[in-house]
Write a protein that binds this ligand. Structure first.
Ligand code: SF4
Length: 243
């Protein structure tokens, strides 16, 4: 990033109500493909245990990806969507952001959070000191509901096991649930985001920070500061989490 780009970026953050940049002490994690031996099989002998674990997470995630891409459990969604949006980012991430469902831009590109709300989420992630590809981003539903309607209860029931498996494999230290539908799907609660926002809840032993969806922030920019306060709590939790 050039100096002028960096200044523009900082100015945009300030306009979005963020006054501090967080620089965590961490290194970028990369995913390595398993090395192959002469027989073409993955050579796991003498590999450190963590490396073998990472290979296995990658293999399992690829299997899950294949399964999701061919899923037809919600006929209305399958009929209307263009691309299935599995999620993107680092499959060994410390933090996972979970939204509601793909919108029009995401449906076309097959990637989560790439529209205006996604650009705001990217700014939030970068202000936290991460690059977008260092975290994992996904939605409760992997297929776009027609006309961006809210997910139907049966669709959430159908798709939730995929989200569960993604989180089992990634094993993040913190999940950020963005908006009502993500909170409801993860926590299986009827409590609204207004009462849970800013609090850590728990999903399968993982702390879940409940906060507003970036699309809501575009409609109500005055609420951005609250989300930034929530993200500061997330960063503190990450610092305190054991490696
Ligand atoms: S939303 Fe989820 S469960 Fe429904 S068809 Fe798409 S991938 Fe399958």
């Amino acid at each position: 990033m050039s100096q002028s780009d960096a200044l523009l970026f900082l100015k945009a953050l300030k306009e979005d109500g963020m006054e501090h940049l967080y620089i965590p002490d961490k290194s970028v994690q990369t995913v390595a493909l398993p090395e192959k031996n002469k027989s073409g099989k993955a050579n796991v002998a003498n590999k450190p245990e963590t490396s073998i674990e990472k290979d296995s997470v990658r293999t399992e995630m690829l299997k899950l990806h294949k399964q999701v891409m061919s899923c037809t459990q919600c006929p209305i969604l399958v009929k209307n969507c263009t691309k299935v949006v599995f999620g993107s980012g680092n499959i060994h991430a410390k933090i996972v952001f979970v939204g509601e469902a793909p919108g029009a831009d995401e449906d076309i590109q097959g990637l989560p959070f790439v529209g205006r709300a996604g650009q705001l989420l990217t700014k939030i992630i970068e202000a936290m000191g991460f690059k977008r590809d260092e975290v994992f981003i996904c939605n409760v539903l992997k297929c776009r509901p027609p006309n961006n309607r809210p997910p139907a209860p049966d669709e959430v029931v159908n798709c939730r096991p995929y989200l569960k498996r993604q989180l089992e494999l990634i094993k993040p230290k913190v999940v950020v649930a963005l908006g009502n539908h993500a909170v409801h799907a993860l926590l299986q609660t009827e409590q609204g985001i207004s009462s849970l926002r800013g609090t850590f809840q728990e999903y399968e032993g993982i702390p879940v920070m409940c906060t507003y969806h970036p699309a809501y922030l575009l409609r109500s920019p005055g609420e951005k500061r609250k989300v930034w306060d929530d993200m500061k709590k997330v960063m503190k939790r990450l610092e305190e989490a054991p490696e």
